[in-house]
Ligand binder design. Structure first.
Ligand SMILES: Cc1ncc(COP(=O)(O)O)c(C=O)c1O
Length: 429
């Protein structure tokens, strides 16, 4: 390729190869320049419908006008002071909003951080400080981040843990119900009790569960299972942490997925769609638990940055004033109908599952449910060729997940679903 014909994408890709480590993968190979709603334009001016939403960050869509306005206004006034040095009201009032929003009829407090992993790290620190115990139980197929502790909590070895050991101590893993793959809620709870027995109930600080697994394949946890974990926490004195980082802020049809079961966790971690594209995460929980760490024990230079806090207020305003939940409900019904039709046509789609608009389908090769990761990759690639950004998920890489903004307009949704249908039709029999 001569310089004259070289695309912008190729030019940036070459720069990237020379300057950015390969460990940071780039699924689409695209470089974004601009985005709005559920539409994204790349460096070569190509237009794409975005069903990935920056991995679940954009439930209210790209460059939501409320978010843009709030960030612009905030940027003109105060971008940073570090909340531990000079506070600002937005942090405090956002904490108040999250304390009201998270389930639980008791006093709550909220700590802000920057990334999801940081929120999970802090939830574990707080649980250890509150209980004086070391052990944390995570679950099979769970994903909690890439830092040392959260990578240890994460189940999948490749690519998240390969070469990065030794891992953090006092992390244990219990089974998880996965009906399609033959693990029932009863078996999973029996496995959990067994793990507790081995650790010693008096040593367990916390159990951490995603109410709908994100990277683990969009598996909604049965209400009985969540109730079972709650019961084990009550029995042992451990704290229940709900990791709502991917399932939160309207994705499942409620503000938080735990609302579906009514099970009340002690601590909740949120991030991603909380701030509509700005880096912000939170730990919300029982006031006395949140106050367990000593003064100065929590924080971070950028944690709860004013721009991100302003963005989160705008996101919550959008939910309250523009009824984003109702928009999500209508969108979820359309997506579910299309996925249902695809399942009826293709035997390789073993299951369509999810909660609200957190929807996915799992691909298999045969009646033995052998995972078909290859078909999933081909569908994602075929979708991209048709102008749709799509993501895989699941422990076996054979699940296609839909994370389209809940605010996508009907043309965006139709174009995206049309490309999805065409890509699936081209790959599956
Ligand atoms: C459930 C869950 N927890 C934690 C994380 C980690 O968040 P971050 O990538 O912002 O550190 C993720 C990210 O995908 C997630 O889905």
């Amino acid at each position: 390729m001569t310089t004259a014909t070289k695309t912008e994408t190729a030019r940036i890709a070459a720069l990237r190869e020379a300057n950015v480590p390969r460990g940071v993968s780039l699924g689409t190979g695209l470089y974004a320049v601009r985005a709005s709603g559920a539409t994204l334009w790349d460096a070569d001016g190509r237009e794409f419908i975005d069903f990935a939403g920056g991995i679940g960050v954009l439930n209210t869509g790209h460059t939501h006008p409320r978010v843009v306005r709030a960030v612009q206004e905030q940027a003109a006034n105060l971008t940073h002071s570090c909340f531990q040095v000079v506070g600002y009201e937005g942090y405090v009032t956002l904490a108040e909003r999250l304390n009201k929003l998270v389930l639980g009829d008791f006093a709550k407090k909220t700590l802000f951080l920057s990334s999801g992993a940081e929120a999970v790290e802090n939830a574990v620190k707080i649980a250890r400080a509150a209980t004086g115990r070391p052990a944390v139980i995570a679950f099979e197929h769970g994903y909690h981040g890439r830092t040392l502790l959260t990578m240890t909590l994460t189940s999948k070895e490749v690519p998240y843990k390969s070469g990065f050991g030794p891992f953090a101590p006092a992390v244990y893993r219990a089974p998880l119900p996965y009906a399609l793959r033959g693990v029932s809620t009863e078996e999973a709870l029996a496995g959990l009790r067994d793990v507790i027995e081995q650790i010693g109930a008096e040593n367990v600080a916390a159990m951490i569960i995603e109410p709908v697994l994100g990277e683990g394949g969009f598996l909604p946890m049965p209400d009985d299972f969540l109730r079972g974990i709650r019961a084990e926490c009550d029995r042992t004195g451990a704290l229940m942490i709900a990791d709502e980082i991917q399932s939160g802020f309207g994705r499942t049809g409620k503000m938080l997925a735990m609302e579906h079961s009514g099970v009340v966790p002690d601590l909740t971690t949120t991030a991603k769609s909380l701030a509509g594209g700005l880096p912000l995460s939170a730990v919300t929980g029982r006031a006395e638990v949140m106050d367990a760490p000593i003064v100065g024990g929590l924080g971070g230079t950028y944690a709860g940055n004013p721009l991100a806090i302003a963005a989160a207020h705008a996101v919550l305003d959008a939910f309250e004033q523009d009824d984003v939940l109702a928009q999500g409900e209508r969108l979820a019904a359309k997506v579910r109908a299309v996925l249902g039709d695809l399942k009826a046509k293709h035997a390789q789609i073993a299951e369509v599952r999810g909660l609200g608009a957190m929807l996915a389908f799992e691909l298999v090769k045969d009646a033995e449910m052998t995972p078909d990761a290859d078909a999933a990759t081909k569908i994602v690639d075929g979708a991209l060729e048709r102008g749709l950004i799509l993501l895989k998920t699941g422990p076996y890489g054979n699940v296609i997940r839909i994370l389209v903004p809940l605010t996508a307009n009907s043309q965006e949704l139709e174009r995206g679903l049309g490309a999805l249908e065409a890509a699936v039709g081209a790959v599956l029999a």
